[in-house]
Design a protein around this ligand. Structure first.
Ligand code: FES
Length: 682
């Protein structure tokens, strides 16, 4: 590599026109990240995936990696991989459409439908979704969503404020300041057995006297003790002059591997004041938890990951507070949920053993700590509280989602399923629950798919064939021109092509079909969803047989996980009374299409419920109601986790599921009935 000039350089990112100063030699992917310019980086900057392609329009970079994914023509034009480029001179860097991670992916809306015909793409009609988002889960809008309805109203929030108007000490009544406060709390509010933070004691004498003995005492219930009495013992965490009961706020966050969503809650009214979502800045270190765990083992890796998630959280907190004009000091509590890896990293606990047999998490009930000690921008007295963790791959997000769904309160036999790279399944009811996690791979998030992408603007999210013209009709995220295919689009495409016989039950294309969209591509048989002139990238968008195989493996892992779990507790899938689909991705799946490809059990569609970000809903409930803390403990304790990685039944079920919809026809009677009627190629 050439010797690098000393000093800072100006780096301009287009098309956002964001300009920053960077150290000479700085990694271009990191510079972009620090500037708030998000570039796809599936492999976490390891120069493997090729997703971080950028165009160096002006200036020079030093390249340290092999540009395997770039053609000689692209290199000649100035394309480089951001992760293996280092700033040498002032730069103008263009982020091509396929490399951009846009915030639209975080605020996904229903889109318009387009008919793709040979060279012509025309707007047809807006297609309604066939399932409705419940108000509590319509989080794609950054408007504050309506709240989860809980009837009847439960206990008060774990964060509580008590106003005290005390008589000053006298020679006759000369108990200590703290005793005076505890005496008042007992007499006015029947509060006993309190513990008191030392920080409160330190500021007690001056605060009491400056406030003329009129103060607000804040308590919190965050104890993790198995004993309910101990759990409900409030801790005095703050004392403020005057009556501040009208300023009573909390933060609720879902810490996702890809994105982080935060809500600012008004605890007096129990309502969401504002919501904001951003990419988890850890994304530059890899797209999935396994890559992140691997990165955490590098020197300084855990610190970098922890700082990345904290800086994302801090950015969201700033947006929420400024939107609502609320002071940081008035936020008294912070509740989070997330998968086990995300929670351990946030708390600065190494996730190393999560991916090593026998796959145990470090802790089930994370002790609450001061938020500030983790680097979170919060008032000194604020504790951060995580929902419980069940296992390495059944995290606080699942406990939180189950709580929000109410599954733990009903006798209804329920399947709760979160579809994603790490699929998570819960089966049971108020009496018992079993769980399992299955590694489905990245296909549901567009990973490993020729034209795959996450669900941001232009991602094809649904597909059908126009019966009259035979042309595909696609719907894209935000109604933009097609750019790629996201997970829900992939399911829809495979189901659609299967229904018209272009794909057979083995996932292979029928090349004998007379269809101009079927052709031999670089990687074998493929079907053209959109021609180059119709797309944002100027290249054909295709689905290949390799893509189909990847989706088959992903759906087989999910279904086999369910099958294995159900069989292990003697449940027949047909007896399921309710199927709850959680997760933002799941929210956009059409259940009929998912059944068609054998991803979800073959049940009447009315048994399916979509709850969107169940994890966030559960976190919010934890902020509103103290008794939910007990429920969370109960749910986490009653869940029995089944490890599937070396389970023979799972392997057999997985192999049987590598078929459309399944090799066991009896598993999918409605699909088989239709299939036999259609005489589709088997
Ligand atoms: S090649 Fe750059 S992030 Fe993967």
């Amino acid at each position: 590599m050439n010797e690098r000039p000393v000093g800072k350089k100006r780096v301009r990112f287009e098309p956002d026109n964001i300009e920053v100063m960077a150290e000479t030699g700085a990694n271009l992917l990191r510079v972009a990240q620090d500037a708030g310019v998000y570039i796809a980086s599936s492999c976490g900057g390891n120069a493997v995936c090729g997703t971080c392609k950028v165009l160096i329009k002006e200036g020079n970079v030093a390249t340290t990696g092999l540009d395997n994914h770039l053609s000689p023509e692209e290199i000649r034009q100035g394309y480089r991989h951001a992760c293996s480029s280092h700033v040498l001179t002032d730069l103008t860097v263009f982020i091509p459409v396929e490399s951009r991670l846009e915030r639209t992916a975080l605020t996904r809306e229903d889109a318009d439908a387009f008919e793709i015909s040979d060279g012509v793409m025309g707007f047809i009609a807006e297609m309604g979704r066939n399932q409705e988002a419940s108000p509590a889960t319509a989080i794609e809008s950054e408007m504050a969503p309506a709240d989860v309805a809980l009837e009847p109203p439960r206990t008060r929030p774990p964060l509580a404020k008590f106003f005290l108007k005390m008589t000053p000490p006298t020679l006759e009544d000369n108990v200590s300041d703290l005793s005076r406060i505890l005496r008042e709390l007992k007499s006015l509010y029947n509060l006993i057995n309190l513990t008191v933070d030392f920080d409160v004691v330190k500021k007690l004498p001056e605060t009491l006297r400056a406030a003329n003995w009129e103060v607000t005492v804040t308590t919190i219930v965050t104890a993790i003790s198995p004993s309910r009495a101990a759990r409900h013992r409030p801790r005095v965490i703050n004392i403020e002059p005057g009556d501040t009961r009208d300023r009573y706020y909390s933060l609720a966050f879902d810490i996702g591997t890809t994105s982080i969503c935060g809500q600012l809650l008004d605890l007096n009214q129990r309502k969401v004041m504002a919501q904001y979502t951003d990419y988890n800045r850890q994304i530059i270190y890899g797209q999935d938890v396994i890559t992140r765990i691997a990165f955490s083992q590098k020197t300084g890796g855990l610190d970098k990951l922890q700082q990345a998630v904290v800086s994302t959280i801090n950015g969201i907190i700033r947006v929420l507070l400024s939107q609502c004009r609320i002071a940081l000091e008035d936020v008294g509590h912070f509740v989070v949920a997330g998968n086990t890896t995300m929670i351990q990293i946030l708390f600065g606990v190494s996730p190393k053993y999560i991916r090593l047999a026998p796959y145990v998490p470090t802790v089930n009930f994370m002790p609450p700590v001061k938020a500030k000690s983790l680097g979170i921008e919060a008032a000194d007295h604020v504790y951060i509280h995580s929902l419980p963790i069940v296992a390495s791959y059944i995290g606080a997000d699942i406990v939180s989602g189950v709580l929000a769904s109410g599954m733990h309160e009903k006798e209804t036999l329920t399947l709760y399923i979160d579809i994603g790279t790490n699929g998570q399944i819960v089966l049971g009811n108020s009496e018992w629950m079993v769980t399992a996690a299955c590694s489905a791979g990245p296909a549901f998030e567009g990973g490993g798919i020729t034209n795959g992408m996450i669900a941001s603007g232009g991602a094809i999210e649904s597909f059908e064939i126009n019966k009259e013209t035979g042309a595909p009709v696609v719907r894209t995220v935000n109604g933009e021109r097609p750019k790629g295919i996201c997970g829900s689009g992939l399911i829809s495409i495979i189901a659609g092509l299967f229904k018209v016989g272009i794909i057979g039950q083995d996932g292979k294309f029928d090349m004998e079909k007379n269809n101009i969209r079927l052709r031999e591509g670089q990687d074998g048989p493929e079907y053209v969803i959109a021609w180059a002139p119709e797309t944002q990238t100027g290249r054909d968008i295709v689905i290949t047989e390799i893509d189909t195989g990847n989706l088959l493996r992903a759906k087989a892992a999910m279904y086999a996980g369910f099958q294995t779990l159900a069989k292990s507790v003697g449940v027949d899938g047909r007896d399921l009374e309710q199927v709850i689909i959680a997760g933002n991705f799941g929210h956009f799946i059409d259940p009929e299409e998912a059944i068609t490809i054998g991803l979800l059990p073959d049940l009447p569609v009315e048994r399916f419920t979509f709850i969107g970000n169940g994890s966030l809903n559960g976190v919010r409930l934890n902020s509103y109601y103290t008794d939910i803390i007990d429920d969370a403990r109960k749910v986490a304790t009653m869940m029995t986790n089944f490890e599937l990685s070396d389970n023979t039944d799972f392997t057999n079920n997985y192999i049987a599921s590598l078929f459309l919809p399944h090799t066991q026809a009896s598993e999918f009677p409605s699909v088989m009935k239709w299939l036999n009627g259609m005489k589709v190629r088997k």
